[in-house]
Design a protein around this ligand. Structure first.
Ligand code: ADP
Ligand code: TRP
Length: 323
């Protein structure tokens, strides 16, 4: 059994990009793997410094994941800050990480370009992410394409640590799926909480409908052939199997159906897809104590595993001076 591990930031409402790029894949993987999944609230603090909002988003992200099928019996599911050993390993890893490696971070540079202030947390974000993975011996890390460079950095850091202190850390492999690696948002850019272009997984029907209807399309008329290389087609395809995709392609290429009609169909498809999970979401909303218990148990399991990886790190680096 492989150890599959990934995390998600509670920095806003979770959306279709998160769902297809990472969440549904993780939920699927828990059947045949040793799955570790967590909500990375330390990471979210690098861009969001509002305590009550962070609390609210953290619980919402946990409830979303559980409602969609994350099974705490099969997996280890917790909140990052409930295992603070991750901060200790971050420090240790930071001494084998060059400033240049962090300076090459495209996600960091993008955030600065968007006007975010360069705090140290934002700068060393990839070291905390490396620590998340290496603290639990993650072997396979399912993520979207935007995280590819962060995974390469994790590998670099692990290799450098092993060269310096001995072969202690597991070097992980990214797991990026071609069809879901970059889900476009309403405006055609990458769907992201920070671009205000998302279709949320759980929101009220009216809001989801409004968002779907606002997917940007070109001015091709109802009675013209439509180009399938567009956001509407790409988002719709995420919900379809091979036959469904061919039918959708025909619809685009046969004059007679307008974008408005196709958007309405997509909206119904989205509502149908998530319908079974909505009741579960309402249940957790009304039983948040259950969620706290699940997370507490997850943190306990994760802490035990963290200690088994941290002890050899402390030994190898000389921090464990008593031995
Ligand atoms: P966001 O960009 O919305 O803040 P996160 O950075 O929290 O999302 O990403 C959580 C996970 O979801 C990561 O594995 C990331 O690669 C994946 N992900 C986010 N947006 C997309 C997208 N548009 N397409 C595919 N995967 C995505
Ligand atoms: N940086 C990731 C993102 O923004 C979230 C993350 C933090 C993560 N720690 C991780 C993903 C460890 C995979 C493994 O999406």
């Amino acid at each position: 059994m492989k150890r599959v591990l990934s995390g998600i930031q509670p920095s806003g409402q979770l959306h279709l990009g998160n769902y297809f790029g990472m969440m549904s894949r993780m939920i699927h993987y828990q059947e045949k793997n040793d799955l570790f999944c967590f909500i990375v609230n330390y990471h979210a603090m690098t861009t969001m410094q509002d305590g009550s909002l962070l609390k609210e988003n953290t619980m919402n992200a946990a409830m979303d994941f559980l409602s969609l099928g994350m099974d705490p019996e099969k997996s280890t599911f917790w909140i990052q800050s409930d295992v603070p050993q991750v901060a200790e390993l971050t420090w240790i890893l930071s001494v084998v990480t060059s400033v240049g490696l962090m300076e090459r971070g495209t996600s960091y540079k993008d955030k600065l370009a968007k006007g975010l202030k360069a705090n140290m947390g934002l700068f060393s974000y990839p070291i905390l992410m490396a620590s998340d993975i290496l603290l639990f011996g993650g072997e396979i890390v399912p993520v979207g394409k935007d995280q590819k460079q962060h995974l390469e950095m994790t590998r670099d850091i692990a290799i450098r640590f092993n060269q310096t202190f001995g072969d202690v850390l597991v070097v992980p492999e990214p797991d990026i799926e071609k069809d879901t690696q970059l889900v476009p948002g309403l405006d055609g850019q990458k769907m992201s909480k920070s671009y205000n272009n998302t279709i949320p997984i759980f929101d009220n029907e009216k809001i989801i409908k409004k968002k779907v209807m606002s997917i940007i399309t070109d001015s091709t008329g109802v009675n013209e052939v439509k180009n399938t290389d567009c956001t509407l087609f790409k988002i719709y395809c995420l919900f379809l199997d091979k036959n469904g995709k061919n039918e959708l392609k025909d619809k685009f290429q046969t004059p007679g159906t307008g974008y408005g009609e196709i958007k309405k169909e997509l909206f119904s498809t989205i509502m149908d897809h998530f319908e079974p999970f909505r009741n579960q979401r309402t249940f957790y909303e009304q039983h948040q104590d259950n969620v706290h218990d699940i997370l507490k148990l997850g943190a306990k399991k994760a802490t035990q595993v963290a200690e088994t990886f941290l002890t050899p790190v402390r030994d190898a680096t000389g921090l464990n001076y008593r031995v």
